[in-house]
Design a protein around this ligand. Structure first.
Ligand SMILES: Nc1ncnc2c1ncn2[C@@H]1O[C@H](COP(=O)(O)OP(=O)(O)O)[C@@H](O)[C@H]1O
Ligand SMILES: [Mg+2]
Length: 404
């Protein structure tokens, strides 16, 4: 099990898991066959062969079966009782390993592989290319839970330090006034009680190089996606972020929701900083997110999606059913509640994603291009059907007319 966990940290996609699993099965089958024929558990082989061979759990397991098989080969054989597990059996000409040794070895290697699995899981980049440093466990902040820096890029990538972009200076007067106000407040480390989110010079630079294998690198220029954003987002408001494709709207949301680490500046959400892991875990409890691309399972119905996410959010089980029904009614999906999401139209999927984002009365909701939903959603807000939503960050780049 520990070995399987460890291997799974290297497998990013479910589709490749089948191939990797089958490959390991074949390798295990062959090495078990070799073990059954006597390699390397006999005096003819050096001890280090046995040690290396035994790190692959199926091999030691095969040796245990081998010993047990020999002990029960004929009807007269008595087998091996629990008390005899430490003693060498009479049929063994060279007693190299006992069943007890195998038990101890398998239990110890379970912990070894399991710890390695946790370690690799932390240092190997996730789907967003985010990972912890190679020596993350040596930093006190990891153990106290008060921080810990996330990094980006592969383990053996080759980017040096990126020069931060110069902050883009706004040309609009009102934007400049807002920026100066936030800068002033940030300098005094004060947050207006009416402000839900204070973005303080948020910068995001995607590293400018990528690694090809471990030895060859090709360097491209770093890309500055968000260049110093200063803005206060008030409570009880619908805030819309408008901009053309590639303006950095999704990047801003990803930074605020902790999907990707920020490269400069800071943002406070209800007083919690997105820079610290402790702050981020508090933020996650109070936000709802509808990502730009739907993350839904084709085989589940809308109702099942709602029930699943409601239980993940920790809603009491007695309320889950009614919350699911209510939310689906709000996004006009009641009729399709028992239909699998795989057969939904694009708009229906977006509406379901919005309903999921609203589960558990989040204080703050991020909606990244909900397009089809915006009319329903805005009218719901305006008619106070969702009074719990304090602030919505709403992103749109096309249907400007809808929000006018
Ligand atoms: N993982 C990434 N690596 C490098 N560049 C990226 C990455 N994600 C986004 N970008 C770039 O950052 C810019 C902003 O992207 P995005 O925030 O998705 O824009 P949008 O405003 O359309 O949501 C785009 O030019 C995009 O190419
Ligand atoms: Mg986007």
């Amino acid at each position: 099990l520990g070995f399987a966990f460890m291997i799974s940290t290297f497998v990013a996609k479910a589709a490749s898991a089948t191939t990797v699993g089958f490959a390991i099965f074949i390798i295990g089958f062959l090495t078990q066959l070799v073990t059954t024929f006597g390699f390397p558990y006999s005096n003819t082989y050096e001890a280090y062969y046995r040690t290396i061979w035994s790190f692959f759990p199926p091999n030691v397991f095969a040796q245990a079966l081998n010993i047990l098989g020999k002990a029960t080969a004929t009807p007269e054989d008595k087998g091996i009782s629990w008390n005899q597990r430490k003693t060498c059996q009479s049929f063994e000409t060279d007693c190299i390993i006992t069943v007890d040794d195998i038990y101890i070895w398998l239990i110890s290697t379970f912990f070894l592989w399991f710890i390695l699995a946790i370690y690799f899981d932390n240092i190997i980049p996730n789907v967003n290319g985010v990972r912890k440093s190679v020596f993350y466990f040596l930093t006190p902040s990891y153990w106290t839970g008060k921080g810990g820096k996330m990094r980006e890029g592969g383990l053996c990538s080759c980017f040096g330090s990126n020069r931060p972009a110069d902050d883009a200076s706004p040309t609009d007067e009102d934007v400049l006034t807002e920026e100066n106000l936030v800068k002033e407040q940030a300098a005094g480390n004060e947050v207006d009680p009416g402000v839900a989110v204070q973005i303080r010079g948020l910068r995001k630079t995607y590293p400018g190089s990528f690694n090809m294998g471990c030895c060859k690198c090709r360097t491209t220029k770093p890309f500055h996606s968000v260049k110093g954003l200063w803005v206060n987002l008030e409570k009880d408001q619908l805030f819309c972020l408008l901009g053309p494709n590639g303006a950095g709207k999704t990047t801003t949301i990803s930074c605020l929701t902790g999907i990707t680490p920020i490269t400069g500046g800071d943002a406070l959400i209800y007083g919690h900083s997105v820079r610290s892991t402790a702050g981020m875990s508090n933020i996650r409890r109070m936000i709802g997110v509808c990502p730009q691309f739907d993350i839904l399972w084709d085989a589940l119905t809308a109702k099942e999606h709602m029930e699943l996410f409601a239980s993940i959010k920790g809603l009491p089980s007695s309320t889950i059913k009614s919350v699911a029904e209510q939310s689906l009614a709000q996004v006009k999906l009641s009729q399709a509640a028992n239909v699998r999401a795989g057969s939904y139209s694009g708009g229906m999927k977006r509406r379901l994603s919005v309903a999921i984002a609203l589960i558990g009365d989040p204080k703050l909701v991020f909606l990244d291009e909900p397009v089809e939903t915006c009319q329903i959603f805005i009218s719901s807000l305006v008619t106070h059907k969702m009074p719990h939503v304090n602030l919505t960050i709403y992103i749109l780049h096309r249907q400007l007319a809808w929000i006018q």
